[in-house]
Design a protein around this ligand. Structure first.
Ligand SMILES: Cc1ncc(COP(=O)(O)O)c(C=O)c1O
Length: 404
């Protein structure tokens, strides 16, 4: 028999915890009920949140120009970088084109940042619960992940004591995510200032995953971390995916905030790594200046719809035994706390999700996908109102059926 070919170490240690958990779920939906997924963080799935016509027009214009089909610079084209620099400058963050690197989505931007900042002898601090890609990217490179807790009883703010306690001589950087996936939290300015103090104390750079920038509910304000400090070096990662409702267009970016001029090697490192695949998409990049000029009322309207959906979830789950909702403040996610002891036959969050699919044909993601230490379930509230109404009512029915 022919010898089996071995896969590389890197490929073996590259794993996405979401896929590992979701692919192993024993999920056979109830055939009598329409299947509804509240699992996917893709705002385009149902068609209720629609891209702005001006973005379609701009891409069409550039497609027809035949001028946006070639290879561009690996860090992105000048007009796109200039537009991003202008749009995201504010407070202490004063970007020019050379501070911007365009990537293949925010995922690639994060990959470039982690790759440039961390060695395989070092560790990175990442949030728990948090977006699973952070761990995937870091462990793929052999970088140790240290998790700091977010506090569900305090609107998922960072447990700063816990974060500080994790820092050691091998810590390369802190990664934060604001607004948060999976928590739907939006950090107030004072909290970000406290985090900045820790970064100053330990002389650490911060990767700020701000892919949900500006996606906040009424009464909440988004503060870009870089806008608040003239001392801490920050790599802010963003992209078109969520706010402009085009995740498949794969344009993300890094804004390099270097107020004390310490990041010259990191700039070179990001530039080197960007040359691996030249991941920024030339056609969509050409449209970036127009896309970023979309009237802000577009985002406001979308956020109104998302806030309405979040409020509907909360209303429907009010008085639902065994469930506590941590009220979201933005993004498109909320976390339900499952009080396992109140249920007669549910062992953990994965079991909750499996039984919910089998009985009610509703799919959510278990908190374990996000390293959540307690039993939580994440709901995506971007689907249309009718689907939210139907699926969340079924979650309530499910809880009532399983109560002790
Ligand atoms: C917190 C967070 N960061 C980054 C990403 C990746 O964004 P992109 O699709 O632009 O790669 C996502 C996508 O869901 C996310 O939730």
């Amino acid at each position: 028999m022919a010898k089996k070919i071995k896969a590389s170490k890197v490929s073996k240690r590259t794993r996405n915890p979401i896929r590992q958990i979701v692919d192993n779920l024993k999920v056979e939906p109830n055939k009598d009920k329409e299947f509804i997924s509240l699992a996917l963080g893709d705002p385009t799935t149902h068609g209720n949140l629609k891209i702005h016509q001006s973005c379609v027009d701009s891409v069409t214009k550039h497609l027809n120009s035949f001028k946006a089909n070639g290879y561009g610079p690996s860090v992105g084209t000048l007009p796109a970088r200039e537009a991003i620099a202008k749009k995201y400058s504010g407070g202490f963050a004063n970007y020019v084109a050379k501070d911007i690197v365009i990537a293949s989505g925010c995922s690639d931007a994060l990959n470039l940042c982690i790759g440039a900042l961390c060695d395989d002898t070092q560790n990175i601090l990442i949030p728990r619960p948090g977006f699973s890609l952070y761990e995937t990217l870091a462990s793929s490179k052999g970088i140790e992940c240290k998790f700091y807790n977010l506090l569900p009883d305090q609107q998922w703010m960072i447990d700063l004591k816990d974060l500080e306690a994790q820092i050691d001589s091998k810590t390369a950087c802190i990664l934060i995510n604001n607004p948060s996936n999976p928590c739907g939290s939006v950090y107030p300015k004072s909290h970000l200032m406290d985090l900045i103090q820790i970064a100053i104390k330990y002389d650490l750079p911060v990767i700020a995953d701000e892919i949900y920038a500006d996606m906040v509910f009424e009464g909440h304000e988004f503060h870009a971390l870089a806008s608040l400090t003239d001392k801490v070096p920050i790599l802010s990662c963003g992209g078109l995916a969520k706010k402009y409702l085009v995740p498949g267009w794969r344009v993300g970016w890094i804004c390099i905030h270097d107020p004390t001029d310490v990041l010259s090697e990191i700039r070179d490192g990001i530039m080197n790594l960007s040359q691996l695949i030249i991941g920024s998409n030339s056609l969509i990049q050409a449209a970036v200046p127009d896309i970023l000029a979309t009237d802000e009322s577009f985002n406001k309207e979308n956020m109104k719809q998302l806030q309405g959906n979040a409020e509907l979830c909360i209303e429907l789950l009010q008085g639902c035994p065994g469930i506590t909702v941590v009220k979201p403040q933005g993004a498109m996610y909320l976390m339900l706390k499952i009080e396992i002891e109140k249920f007669k036959d549910i062992t953990d969050d994965v079991d909750f999700v499996e039984k919910l699919v089998q009985e009610q044909s509703v799919l959510c993601l278990p908190g374990q996908c996000f390293q959540c230490p307690e039993p939580f379930v994440r709901i995506v509230f971007s689907p249309p109102k009718e689907k939210i109404h139907e699926s969340v009512s079924r979650i309530k029915e499910f809880c009532l059926n399983h109560l002790k």
